[in-house]
Design a binder for this molecule. Structure first.
Ligand code: TSJ
Length: 677
């Protein structure tokens, strides 16, 4: 076959190779929403991380460019540029224009440890979904450049100069025809990059925001972040436990088995929550899998056999259960294997059965060794597990008494409930309101026909102090369950739901966020049907009341406040002065607010700002206008994903600098549904 023809034949094959990606992008990157968009960055970064895991680079930088493109650069060997013997094209071009070509071109099966091609096969997919991609390879003293448009080679591979650098730089511009949005968020990217930095000990991963105009959410971030953790997953565990009382230092071990490398870091805390995070080839396995099963089995076995060998656990006593030995435990399990199989609904479950044995044997051996060598710490850990066992038995007895058939039956509606007059569930709403004073405002401000109010005192519901199952015994929670009408456990009956919408309404502060998480967790564990049925909502009260003369406005975020001020022609400096003036007036004349509301204000161009510190500060009319009136309110519908996140302790995988509320709102902002249209 003449050479030229062979080349064009290849070319057609490649074109066919990427065409399905543009036709059905969701099949390749999961979705074309903001998640899919960010996924593109991860796909590219994964390639650089593979290079780092091969021990060939130590720095990766991600840059959000001002023109909407993203650059990812490493200081590795540089993607090979020599001509691929079969395809007769530069290896670089094959990698970026052929489906599933990533890492495979070397034909190198040298193993999981170097991990070339473990993942990151998606670089061509990203190329196909980019209006433009540019690859720069610094290799053997030369700068090699090639460009592509929508996955199609646009320029021949060229040498454009000399360099003493080594590495690969990929710059791509996501195609707005494919993606619903092409706006990148630092928060989202940082979260993942930080996680990857923990998983690849010692490697520096930096991100720079070089955009002139950033999304509002990002303006509070510095423009440059650098993640580097010498402690690897031990540092990760420490980070996850930052706010908790820890028992000893993180225990860390790593071992290579015939099936792959197993790395585990664990640390007990005095808290009750369990937080086990697992990864396979740096990919978060949210649904667990065999590696996790192996870990749990080994943990239970090793702790029990140590406790018995030391006679801490007496002969006649039962073994500690798997739940007991995981209470208060934080751990990160990271395995690397040759051919990972991801299963489950969200492909977040490791399907390789051999990893159970691999992890199990490593943890059995290394943990036993550790306990033997650290008897004081071991004693404290066992003590904690025994405490959990005792609490479990007590809690089960208590819960059984609540859940037992009929326990809630015959109980009258709680006295604290201000019910609505309608008995048609389809139009009824139940507001769960934090605090009695806010409850009072809500009762006065509501539409009595179809809105019921149940005030809850949040303070007594501290999830760190009380186990969730014990919470069911709490009178506040009992009142809620009775009010909803559906019962619990075996006697649960969704047909009896008394309100079509159940709305959690808490203060916009840390305590409020805490109570909200707790309620979400409760709903997630015991009433998932309510969430699945779309019955659960979170109210969004405003943060500020702003007025200028007669113009009264509410702002739900700091950014919105700034925008309203801007609209009113107030520059930053003036605004500051005004704020000071306002603060003074707030302190000296607190009742001015109320009277102002009722009488028309005197014409004044004075700008007034009130920051709501809690729902209780709002008078009934304000609460109605801003938060409860179906015509004007903003409510977020809770999805199972949201609730599960709350359940997983939403600080997981997040930096401590991000306030819980902020994170919560962000994750929800994407699922806002306009409920009342
Ligand atoms: F694939 C990609 F374009 F998305 C991409 C690849 C993006 C980025 C930011 C980096 C990389 C990448 C690939 N960095 N380093 C490498 N290394 C190799 O491709 C490579 C180099 C040399 C050898 C060898 O055996 O000599 C093998 C490989 C896999």
């Amino acid at each position: 076959m003449p050479k030229k023809e062979a080349y064009s034949a290849e070319k057609i094959q490649v074109l066919e190779g990427l065409e399905p990606v543009r036709k059905r992008p969701g099949m390749y990157i999961g979705s074309t929403d903001t998640r899919g968009l960010h996924h593109c960055v991860y796909e590219i970064v994964d390639n650089a991380i593979d290079e780092a895991m091969a021990g060939e680079c130590n720095t990766i930088i991600v840059i959000l460019n001002d023109d909407g493109s993203v650059s990812v650069e490493d200081n590795g060997r540089g993607i090979p540029v020599d001509i691929h013997p079969k395809l007769k094209k530069p290896a670089l071009e094959v990698v970026l224009t052929t489906l599933h070509a990533g890492g495979k071109f070397g034909g190198d099966e040298s193993g999981y440890k170097v991990s070339g091609g473990l993942h990151g096969v998606g670089s061509s997919v990203v190329n196909a979904l980019s209006t433009h991609m540019k690859a720069e390879v610094y290799r053997e003293g030369k700068i090699h450049v090639q460009e592509y448009k929508r996955g199609i080679t646009a320029t021949k591979l060229k040498v454009v100069g000399d360099t003493d650098k080594r590495g690969t730089k990929i710059t791509f511009t996501p195609d707005p025809v494919i993606f619903d949005t092409t706006q990148f968020y630092m928060d989202t990217l940082m979260q993942r990059l930080r996680q990857q930095a923990y998983l690849t000990r010692g490697v520096t991963i930096a991100i720079e925001d070089a955009r002139e105009t950033r999304p509002e959410e990002d303006t509070k971030h510095p423009r440059l972040y650098r993640f580097q953790f010498e402690g690897g997953i031990s540092a990760y565990v420490k980070h996850l436990n930052e706010s908790k009382e820890m028992i000893g230092r993180p225990i860390w071990f790593e071992k290579e088995t015939k099936d792959g490398v197993v790395e585990v870091a664990i640390q007990y805390t005095k808290a009750f929550q369990e937080n086990v995070v697992s990864f396979a080839n740096n990919i978060h396995t949210a649904e667990g899998g065999h590696h996790l099963t192996g870990f749990k089995a080994a943990l239970t076995r090793t702790i029990n056999s140590y406790a018995r060998s030391q006679s801490i656990l007496k002969e006649k006593e039962d073994n500690l259960s798997a739940d007991d030995v995981r209470e208060g435990l934080t751990s990160v399990i990271s395995v690397r294997l040759k051919e990972p199989q991801f299963e489950g609904q969200t492909k977040g479950k490791l399907g390789n059965a051999e990893m159970k044995t691999a992890v199990e044997s490593v943890v059995n051996e290394k943990l036993a060794e550790y306990l033997e060598e650290h008897p004081a710490e071991a004693k404290e850990i066992i003590g904690k597990c025994m405490l959990a066992a005792r609490a479990r038995l007590a809690a089960r007895a208590a819960r059984d008494s609540v859940i037992r058939k009929g326990a809630l039956e015959g109980m009258t509606l709680p006295g604290k409930l201000a019910d609505c007059s309608s008995r048609d569930p389809s139009e009824c709403e139940l507001f769960i309101v934090e605090g009695d004073s806010a409850g009072g405002s809500a009762k006065q401000g509501r539409n009595r026909d179809n809105q019921a109010i149940l005030p809850l005192r949040g303070k007594i519901l501290n999830v760190e102090q009380a186990r969730l199952d014990r919470m069911l015994n709490n009178n506040e929670i009992k009142a809620l369950i009775i009010a909803m009408g559906i019962g619990i456990g075996e006697v649960k009956d969704m047909e009896k739901l008394r309100y079509n919408r159940i709305v959690i309404m808490t203060d916009a502060d840390v305590d409020g966020a805490h109570i909200r998480t707790l309620l979400l967790t409760l709903f997630f564990r015991y009433f998932p049907e309510l969430i699945e049925g779309g019955h659960l909502f979170v109210a969004q009260p405003p943060l500020f009341k702003l007025s200028k003369g007669k113009d009264l406005r509410y702002a739900y975020t700091d950014e919105e406040k700034a925008m309203i001020f801007k609209e009113w022609g107030i520059t930053g400096k003036e605004e500051e002065e005004e704020e000071e003036a306002v603060e003074e007036s707030e302190e000296t004349d607190e009742s001015a607010e109320e009277t102002d509301e009722k009488k028309p204000k005197k014409p004044s161009k004075k700008v007034n700002e009130q920051r709501y510190k809690g729902l209780g500060e709002m008078n009934p009319d304000q609460l109605w206008d801003t938060t409860m009136n179906p015509e004007t309110r903003l409510m977020l519908q809770v999805t199972m994903e949201n609730a599960e996140q709350a359940d997983n302790v939403f600080t997981t995988l997040m930096g401590s600098e991000v306030a819980p509320r902020r994170k919560f709102i962000q994750t929800h902002a994407k699922t806002v549904k306009d409920l009342d249209v």
